[in-house]
Design a protein around this ligand. Structure first.
Ligand SMILES: [Zn+2]
Length: 348
């Protein structure tokens, strides 16, 4: 945990030093559009001479700078603002970033420039209410971000999680909201999968793995939001947890994992998951099978495993799946599979 923080600080300091270099160009580049076009402050950023300065830099260096510039958002802050007045909240699944700035006066949003790159930001909303300014950004892709305070600006940089964390995974609790999945006697698949994921979270919270969850409550992200979170965060592994049902036979039982047949990494990871989970649960190991017909499997660009923990339609497994101890064990099995996948990765 400490190593990760140290690493994060190191990355931040690199970012800070690059910001110093780029400061003079940021405000003048054409890629940086004024998001709030209606705002007149745009002209205060059109420093033509600074733009010309950039032109004099060798092409290679300029391309580097331009690439760097595309990642930033800058929000002007009033003089009196403290860092504690600024709250930020990212929704990685819905690809939004909310910025709340306290202790500002009503004219703040009209007078403060916000510049950013249109490469990352598709829409922006803002409003003022009772001493607070709320700015909400809609991003074109799931992204991690860093925050710096520089002079009178809040500088947000959009980055890949891999720039901060060595290990990144995405964990998905199947179904949610008004899509309960399979069910029996009022017990819903979406609740069992969420319980398992929350137990898994307890284990992963103590690890050195950065985890993005598609849901930690009864929400129902779209299939695309789930799989794109994994793809866009460039996850090392994408784990989706489900509960099986066989409407033709109450006998069917055991653990099974679906994988993407076009991806050998997916096959290996799925095999590991079915082996570990069935071993911990002492369930029948049904092995791995073709998951290509499933949207989140087929569209995963990272190693994916869709774990069918057990059968709700089987009497014995139904009762087990209702118990906390069994759900905890399932989480333990998944956790072991993830750890071993990383071990195998470093060996290769
Ligand atoms: Zn399911």
């Amino acid at each position: 945990m400490k190593d990760r923080q140290a690493q994060r600080l190191a990355v931040l300091s690199v970012i800070i030093s690059s910001i110093v270099v780029f400061t003079f160009f940021v405000v003048s580049k054409e890629e940086f559009v004024k998001l709030a076009e209606a705002k007149e402050t745009v002209t205060t950023f059109a420093g033509m001479s600074l733009y010309e300065n950039l032109e004099t830099i060798a092409d290679e260096r300029r391309m580097e700078i331009e690439a760097e510039l595309r990642q930033y958002l800058r929000v002007g802050l009033p003089d009196n603002i403290k860092e504690s007045d600024v709250k930020m909240e990212a929704d990685y699944v819905k690809r939004s970033l909310k910025i709340e700035i306290s202790n500002v006066d009503p004219s703040y949003l009209d007078n403060s420039p916000i510049v950013g790159s249109c490469n990352h930001i598709v829409d922006m909303n803002w409003r003022y209410e009772a001493g607070k300014a709320y700015i909400e950004l809609e991003l074109d892709a799931a992204s991690e971000y860093t925050v710096n305070y520089e002079n009178d600006q809040l500088v947000v940089k959009f980055i890949s999680p891999k720039e901060i964390y060595d290990k990144v995974i995405v964990v998905d609790a199947g179904h949610g909201g008004n899509h309960p999945g399979t069910n029996r006697n009022g017990i819903l698949e979406k609740d069992i999968t969420l319980d398992i994921i929350l137990y898994l979270k307890e284990l992963l919270d103590d690890s050195d793995i950065k985890v993005y969850y598609t849901r930690e409550d009864d929400s129902n992200p779209s299939f695309d939001e789930r799989v794109q979170l994994a793809n866009q965060m460039d996850a090392d592994y994408f784990v989706s947890v489900h509960i099986n049902a066989d409407e033709h036979s109450r006998e069917s039982n055991g653990t099974e994992v679906l994988y993407y047949t076009a991806d050998e990494r997916s096959r290996k990871f799925a095999q590991l998951c079915t082996d570990k989970v069935s071993a911990v649960l002492n369930s029948r190991n049904r092995g791995i099978s073709d998951g290509d017909s499933i949207y989140i499997v087929r569209n995963a660009k990272v190693p994916v495993a869709l774990i069918e923990v057990g059968f709700i339609s089987n009497n014995t497994e139904f009762h087990l799946l209702c118990s906390d101890s069994y759900k905890k064990k399932a989480a333990e099995g998944i956790y072991q599979a993830i750890l071993e996948a990383y071990e195998n990765k470093t060996e290769n």
